[in-house]
Design a binder for this molecule. Structure first.
Ligand code: CP3
Length: 348
């Protein structure tokens, strides 16, 4: 039965199909990043961060670097969620030590003037990176693509940067709901096309990062997180009916229950703040979960790390589960702590 043996080969994909694995598959958000000396070296060679994202040879290299070291069960495409606004014609820059800088949007007329279609020519190097990684990826590794959720990408487009609670986007959405909704629609369409092309280029599954979902009050959460993400997922499935999709509405708290009921993703990624009993009973009972080690425990190491890993394993390893962080690894995390975490998860 070839179909079965293909499935069995990729433990992470098995979980996305609803099957618990004896030892949970493991990967880390931001696994290609500044905590790795080999990443820092390649990043320097590329010059700018966007130069790295759009250089298929170097982007494929940094995608593969963490796998060589840690044998992760998942590889995540090296790119960024902000390549979508860039492909919509916005200026996007990454300032070392400060994070992303975009031209902010203050006036509704500016939002209205934004291009309605992404330029897939700009994104072509990303699709080429996928082909290059795919060609050399071990058979048992699941290849993940990704995009930002429309709300999170819109918050960076409006504010022009990360802020403590993305207030500029929330104020804009209250003041100009129709204009904001049009921007969200543009992002739903652009992101759907982007994910569909990633899947066609060879990723096995995709993750939708809604990093700023947690700043929204309940009604706004429905309007700007749940509804657009639902439309995005349905648009991807329209083109690729069996597309595997992970949702990550970071900071959603008790609203996660509605997210799970209303957004037809295959699995939900949990942040480190969520009550684990709540997550097991209200989320994992409905679909597979991924998460949710506190990335700061990975900085601390030692007993604190061991206990944090054990707590995550105790909470979720009886059901379909992918071990991960909630959210990504920080540049300060020592590599030996990653190794220690992996030994503990894998039981050796
Ligand atoms: O290994 C991976 O996870 C794949 C690559 C990846 C990056 N960004 C590379 C990156 C992924 C999946 C992302 C997603 C992303 N980008 C998110 C959602 C996840 C999250 O962390 O909440 C967001 C909000 C962004 C936007 C973004 N890009 C920010 C806020 C920053 C600055 C923060 C920082 O860590 O510096 C970036 C830059 C960025 N994206 C870096 C990397 C490796 C560091 C920049 C550098 O190398 O100079």
């Amino acid at each position: 039965m070839p179909a079965v043996s293909v499935v069995v080969k990729k433990p992470l994909l098995n979980v996305l199909n609803g099957h618990r694995q004896k030892s949970p598959p493991v990967w880390m958000m931001r696994q290609a990043g500044r905590y790795l000396p080999e990443y820092r070296a390649t990043r320097e060679k590329a010059g700018s961060f966007l130069g790295l994202c759009f250089n298929p040879e170097l982007a494929a290299e940094v995608t593969l670097q963490p796998l060589r070291r840690f044998n992760f069960d998942g590889a995540i495409l090296f790119s960024d969620i902000l390549v979508v606004p860039y492909a919509l014609g916005r200026n996007v820059d990454f300032v070392t030590g400060e994070g992303p800088k975009l031209e902010p949007i203050g006036a509704p007329e500016t939002a209205r003037s934004i291009r309605k279609e992404v330029d897939h020519g700009v994104l072509a190097p990303v699709y080429e990176t996928i082909g290059r990684v795919k060609a050399v990826l071990p058979d048992d590794v699941t290849f993940l693509g990704f995009c930002g959720a429309p709300w999170t990408v819109a918050t960076y487009m409006i504010a022009g940067q990360g802020t403590p609670d993305q207030a500029p986007a929330r104020v804009f959405a209250y003041r100009h709901p129709d204009v904001f909704d049009d921007l969200i629609q543009v992002l739903v369409k652009a992101s759907a096309e982007y994910l569909i092309r990633q899947i066609k280029a060879g990723v096995d599954a995709v993750q939708i990062f809604d990093t700023w979902a947690g700043v929204l009050p309940p009604e706004e959460f429905s309007r700007w997180c749940i509804a657009p993400t639902r439309r995005l997922v349905l648009a991807v499935r329209d083109a690729v009916p069996d597309a595997k999709i992970i949702g990550f509405p970071r900071g959603a708290g008790s609203s996660l229950e509605r997210y799970v009921a209303e957004v037809p993703v295959d699995a939900v990624s949990l942040d480190w703040m969520i009550d684990k009993t709540f997550a097991r009973e209200r989320v994992q009972r409905v679909k597979p979960v991924q998460g949710n080690l506190d990335p700061l425990a990975l900085i601390a190491g030692g007993r604190a790390l061991d206990e944090s890993v054990d707590a995550v394993m105790r909470a979720f390893s009886d059901g379909p589960f992918i071990f991960n962080l909630g959210p990504g690894i920080t540049p300060e995390a020592p590599i030996e702590n990653v190794e220690r975490m992996l030994r503990r998860v894998r039981g050796r």
